[in-house]
Design a binder for this molecule. Structure first.
Ligand code: LMR
Length: 333
């Protein structure tokens, strides 16, 4: 009997060692976001997945969940902090509710004349310093990804401040954006991105501001009679990862992921302007909305009305930071 047990045990050992080593389970990165796959962020996420899986030779699997399929705006940041997902790319305007106000500096209207000016901030010392702010919130800031410049939409043209009076606008959760619409005499309402189309369709809000690619992929142009080409503000993202997860990655994996992130960032940011131009062209093609271009005088009036925000928002995002960013981009545009 004893002999039989020993023999069986020995056989088991031989069988186990002869069996092909089971492949270790891959490390899974759940990358959740709120926009469509066919947008600058959607494409950046897919590029990261492709490169991360390639460079780690399958040790890492990236699952991308677009269109708020897992979480809406505010929930996704909480889910990241809890470790329910590992990676996100929320817009700069969405970090306020978790206690990081600095990124709202990018919401100041008419701050950035173009993307080159933005890069001077994000790729310079200010951008690096700001990414470090994520650490205290259980996240690591990995990169800045573009979307592009915002346009205003409603069922009427929005050329001068008088046009905004009394209208309700959906905003992202940024105090600077709230102040911007109040300054125009409008009523701002914070709302998750996934709810905007329906809110516009049913008249819960009258208008919103967003990039061409977000307007097009969410079909907002089908429920807004006019889009006014204001280019007054910018939407960009901070790619963030759960800190505990990131710090705990094996030493042979993290550098590969850093490489994948650097390359997908370059890819995403080289495509963003083109993608927004294409979305604008597609919107025009549908004929479902009218695009309005304000005159130089109308633009000047908008700038003048909103200029006091730079001073007023000092108490929210920091006067020094605003001054430093304005100086870096070459003055208020
Ligand atoms: C919005 O909420 O309007 C945008 O930030 C959505 C996005 O992620 O581009």
């Amino acid at each position: 009997m004893r002999l039989w047990i020993v023999a069986a045990a020995a056989a088991a050992v031989v069988a186990a060692s002869a069996a092909p080593a089971a492949a270790a389970d891959p490390i899974v990165i759940k990358f959740s976001h709120v926009v469509a796959p066919d947008t600058p962020k959607g494409k950046g996420a897919e590029k990261f997945k492709e490169l991360a899986e390639k460079y780690t030779a399958g040790k890492v699997k990236v699952e991308v969940y677009p269109n708020s399929t897992l979480y809406k705006d505010k929930e996704e940041l909480e889910a990241l902090q809890l470790g329910a997902v590992q990676m996100l790319a929320p817009s700069n305007s969405k970090f306020g509710p978790i206690g990081i106000k600095d990124f709202e500096v990018f919401d100041l209207p008419f701050l950035l004349p173009n993307l080159d000016a933005l890069r001077k901030v994000t790729e310079g010392p200010i951008g690096k310093r700001m990414l470090k702010l994520m650490d205290a919130k259980g996240m690591v800031g990995l990169a800045y990804w573009d979307n592009g410049f915002k346009q205003m939409s409603a069922n009427k043209p929005l050329k001068t401040p008088a046009d905004y009076k009394g209208l309700k606008f959906r905003i992202q959760s940024s105090k600077v954006l709230e102040a911007q619409f109040r300054m125009l005499g409008a009523v701002p309402q914070v709302m998750a991105f996934s709810e905007v189309y329906q809110a516009l369709q049913t008249g819960v809000v009258d208008g919103q501001e967003n990039t061409w690619s977000n307007i097009y992929t969410q079909k907002m142009h089908e429920v807004q009679k006019f889009i006014t080409e204001t280019n007054h503000g910018y939407i960009g993202y901070v790619v963030v990862v759960n800190k505990k997860f990131w710090d705990g990655l094996p030493a042979d994996v993290r550098p590969q992921l850093e490489k994948a992130m650097a390359e997908s960032t370059q890819f995403a940011n080289s495509q963003s302007a083109k993608e927004n131009d294409e979305a604008k062209a597609e919107i025009i093609k549908t004929g479902k909305t009218t695009i309005v271009t304000p005159t130089a005088a109308e633009n000047a009036e908008m700038r003048k009305t909103m200029a006091p925000l730079y001073e007023e928002m000092g108490k929210r995002v920091g006067k020094e930071l605003i001054d430093e960013v304005v100086k870096t981009v070459g003055g208020q545009s």
